[in-house]
Design a protein around this ligand. Structure first.
Ligand code: N01
Length: 532
């Protein structure tokens, strides 16, 4: 039987939960379809050891309800996955959201019925539903990726992907564990399990510029202040380019005397989180000279912390500082001083295949009991393209995006009326503290629906012209920034299937500008969108 609702939401993570809340506020009937057996999205799937915030907990929480802010207490400055998952359940229970969420229901098809101006979805387990509005709250980093090595299926030991981690704890004691991937996920896993494993072999293709997270418990006094300052914290996040609490010094780095610059790097290194990445100087994302100086600063820290100089050199990245997200670390570098941890540099000896008993590189076979894949995601477009979404004239999203994603404002695609993506491509959310950006995007989409209903419009679709213009603007937004020269990152889909790599997937103009553009477009009666 096909159920009918006003709106269908795909995904019950941070943005899906808030969407449901806002749809109800609008008085609409809505159903959320969630692939996981429970809610939480990213915080449901990524339950690997060491998974935690890289945003300060109190900057990541929802801002829409004062009662929620008052009632919930974070225990750490950067809380771990179990606490974040508990928080999302707390939110869902507080607002009684779960009764409208269908878990274990991965959406397979999303088909537009032109005659009735409705969407029909079907899940993998055969549930069907129809609605006028569809909101994809499927996340940016949801479609996990295994590497394309021969033999991945052949390994007879335990294979784990970071984004499909089992709910029961994995016992690494006495085991020979290999991990592929040294992005933010790999770093969190390595530093957490190194003391426990019998042997840990790290297969590193690209070292990353890690900065100390400096996590610590929130004291009673801090808790009190943080509650008082909650609104100021959100206001600060609204002002900053990436929606975090870190504000750069407004001066250009090289206008500041060298001694002062180095003192600032040290201060930001001590402060932790993304302070050194996002709170540096105003031109940190543009000036090669400034980025190189921070890189030298960090390289020296690595040399100080890693006892074997040859290992230290391998852990020092070769790419420009700041062009990828910086993993937040605690004792990551010290892990490589342990007798049970070995670093394999895949640039020297690439992986040739996975075998029944381990990982084979150009230098020979590494026999293992466990292989951990921390190899990332089909980023940004993956989860949307994994569904069969068909808009007007039966045209699929795959066809529409055959030459890279095309969007208007990152939220709509031409030929797909009344379908919105909260964290689609061409969004600043990728750089962003996700909840800050999710709230903005959800509120804008809900306002679209409210506007349509108040003005008697049945459908809203971006025009092709506005879509082309925004897509071009996103490519332009990265020009002049160092990230534009770093195509080997998931910002350009480097871990995506080969046919969908090499396009800049984000909007790099910053969160405040994006919010302003949203406001301007709405104020001009949704200019660039066709309302019928
Ligand atoms: O994924 P990644 P991630 N052979 O794509 C390697 C967020 N996040 O899951 O760089 C060998 O960054 C790949 O190597 P290379 C955060 O936004 C947040 O770590 O392609 N290696 C790289 O080392 C982050 O940016 C938190 O050479 C292969 C790694 O796998 C985003 O998620 C925590 C390979 C993939 O790194 C993604 O992070 C964690 C191959 N064939 C993540 N293929 C928080 O703290 C890939 N790799 C909130």
């Amino acid at each position: 039987m096909t159920q009918e609702y006003d709106a269908i939401v795909i995904g019950a993570g941070v943005s899906g939960l808030y969407t449901l809340y806002k749809l109800r506020e609008l008085g609409l009937s809505a159903r959320v379809f969630e692939a996981g057996t429970n809610i939480g999205g990213t915080w449901y799937w990524n339950r690997y050891p060491g998974a935690r915030f890289d945003s300060e907990s109190y900057s990541y929480q929802y801002s829409f309800s004062q009662a929620l802010i008052d009632e919930w207490e974070w225990s750490e400055h950067f809380s771990g996955q179990p606490e974040v998952e508990r928080y999302l359940h707390f939110v869902a229970d507080k607002f009684d959201l779960k009764r409208d969420i269908e878990c274990n229901a991965r959406v397979a098809t999303v088909i537009y019925d032109e005659a009735n101006k409705q969407w029909e979805i079907e899940t993998h387990n055969g549930l069907r539903a129809r609605a006028r509005y569809v909101i994809c709250a499927t996340g940016l980093l949801s479609a996990h990726q295994f590497p394309e090595y021969e033999g991945v299926e052949d390994f007879t030991g335990l294979s784990l992907h970071s984004a499909r981690w089992p709910k029961e704890p994995v016992d690494f004691r006495g085991k020979r564990v290999g991990i592929i991937g040294t992005g933010p996920t790999g770093v969190q896993i390595i530093q957490s399990i190194a003391p426990e494993c019998g042997e840990l072999t790290v297969f590193q293709r690209t070292a990353n510029w890690c900065t100390p997270l400096r996590n610590r418990p929130i004291t009673v006094e801090e808790q009190r202040k943080l509650k008082q300052q909650a609104r100021e914290i959100f206001a600060l996040c609204k002002r900053t380019w990436a929606g975090f609490i870190h504000e750069p010094d407004p001066r250009a780095a090289m206008d500041v005397p060298k001694e002062q610059r180095l003192a600032r790097y040290q201060e930001l290194y001590e402060r932790g989180g993304f302070a050194l990445w996002l709170g540096n100087y105003s031109d940190s994302f543009m000036s090669q000279e400034a980025a190189d100086e921070v890189a030298d600063f960090l390289a020296n820290k690595i040399r100080e912390r890693v006892t074997d100089p040859a290992v230290a050199e391998k852990l020092i990245p070769k790419h420009t500082f700041g062009t990828k997200r910086c993993p937040g670390e605690k004792n990551y570098y010290e892990a490589f001083n342990r007798d049970n941890v070995r670093l394999i540099d895949l640039r020297e000896a690439p992986i040739t295949k996975i075998t029944g008993s381990g990982i084979e590189t150009a230098n020979g076979l590494h026999e293992l009991d466990v292989i951990i894949y921390a190899t990332g995601f089909h980023s940004v477009t993956g989860e949307l393209l994994r569904m069969d979404i068909r808009g007007q004239n039966g045209r699929s999203l795959q066809e529409h995006w055959s030459d890279g994603p095309r969007t208007n404002l990152g939220v709509q695609f031409s030929g797909f009326p009344n379908l919105w993506a909260i964290m689609g491509p061409h969004n600043p959310a990728v750089f962003c503290n996700i909840t800050r950006c999710a709230e903005t995007n959800v509120e804008w989409i809900i306002d679209c629906i409210r506007y349509m209903r108040e003005h008697g419009f049945e459908t809203m679709t971006t025009t092709v012209e506005a879509e082309d213009a925004w897509t071009r603007r996103c490519y332009e937004s990265a020009k002049g920034m160092l990230i534009n020269d770093m195509q080997d990152s998931w910002f350009f889909g480097s871990t995506n299937p080969k046919n969908v790599r090499g396009r800049f997937l984000l909007f790099a103009g910053g969160v405040p500008l994006y919010r302003q553009i949203f406001a301007d477009v709405a104020a001009r009666g949704y200019e660039g969108f066709e309302l019928r």
